[in-house]
Design a protein around this ligand. Structure first.
Ligand code: TYD
Length: 222
C-alpha cells in the first residue's frame, strides 16, 4: 500500500439506521487515535455539491424529478467532491469519512427507481474504478428503520403507500448489495443493538482491522 495515500471511508445504511448518529462518534474516535480526519457527506460536501444537494433534496422546485436526472445530480455531486475534497485529502494522507457515497445511489436510484443500467453508466462516467477503501454499513431491519423514522418525522403517517413501497425497495437494494460481491470493503455493523454496544464495536474495529490497514496514517502514536 502507498503510505502517502490516505483512506476513504463511506457510511451507508437505510434512513433510520443510525448512520448519521455514529458518523460523529467514528470521526472523533479516529481523531483520538491520531488520524487526520475530513468529514464530508453526499449529496453535498463542497460549495458546488451543496447547491446540487438543494436541487436534488429541496422541496422548492415544483416539478417531478426524472429518475435519470436525479441519478446524474447525485453523481455530479460525488464527482465534484471527489475532485475538490477527496483526492486532495487522500494525497495529504487524511482519512476522509463520507456520510453516504455511491452505494446510496445503487440502492435508492439503481434499485429502488429501477434504473440500474443507467445508474452504472452514470457512475462510470463520474468515478469509474474509484471505490471506498472501507464502507461501514449500518444494518437494521426494515421494521426498525421505519419505526425510528416514524419517531423522527412528525408527518410520517401522511406518507402514501408509494413512499412506503419505495423505502422497502431501498432496503432490498441495500440487502442485495451487502450480500453481493463487495465483502472486502464492507464492514457490517449490527445496528439493532444499543448505541453503547455499537460504539464499543467501532472502537474494537478501529484498534483491530482498521489499524492494521491504515495505522501508518496516524500523525502520532496512541
Ligand atoms: P440526508 O438528510 O443526508 O439523510 P441521511 O441522514 O439519512 O443520510 O438525506 C439524504 C437522502 O438522499 C436520503 O434519503 C437518501 C437520499 N440519497 C439518494 O437517494 N441517493 C444518493 O446517492 C444519496 C447520496 C442520497
Amino acid at each position: 500500500m502507498d503510505s502517502k495515500r490516505g483512506a476513504f471511508v463511506s457510511l451507508e445504511g437505510p434512513d433510520g439506521s443510525g448512520k448519521t448518529t455514529h458518523m460523529g462518534f467514528l470521526c472523533e474516535a479516529l481523531r483520538e487515535r491520531g488520524y487526520r480526519v475530513i468529514e464530508t457527506r453526499q449529496p453535498g460536501g463542497s460549495p458546488t455539491a451543496e447547491v446540487i444537494r438543494k436541487a436534488v433534496l429541496g422541496t422548492e422546485l415544483n416539478e417531478p424529478m426524472d429518475a435519470v436526472t436525479e441519478a446524474m445530480l447525485y453523481a455530479a455531486s460525488r464527482r465534484q467532491v471527489l475532485k475538490s475534497v477527496i483526492e486532495p485529502g487522500l494525497a495529504a494522507g487524511a482519512v476522509i469519512v463520507s456520510d453516504r457515497w455511491a452505494d446510496s445511489s445503487f440502492a435508492y436510484q439503481g434499485w429502488a427507481r429501477g434504473i440500474m443500467k443507467e445508474f452504472v453508466a452514470i457512475r462510470d462516467v463520474a468515478h469509474k474504478d474509484f471505490w471506498p477503501d472501507v464502507t461501514v454499513f449500518f444494518d437494521v431491519t426494515l421494521e426498525e428503520s421505519l419505526a425510528r423514522m416514524a419517531g423522527r418525522v412528525k408527518d410520517y403517517n401522511r406518507l402514501n403507500n408509494e413512499a412506503l413501497a419505495f423505502r422497502k425497495r431501498c432496503f432490498e437494494g441495500y440487502q442485495s448489495l451487502i450480500s453481493g460481491d463487495v465483502s472486502e470493503r464492507m464492514v457490517i455493523v449490527d445496528s439493532m443493538r444499543t448505541i453503547a454496544e455499537i460504539q464499543q464495536s467501532i472502537h474494537k474495529y478501529l484498534d483491530g482491522e482498521f489499524a492494521e490497514k491504515f495505522g501508518h496514517l496516524r500523525t502520532y502514536p496512541r
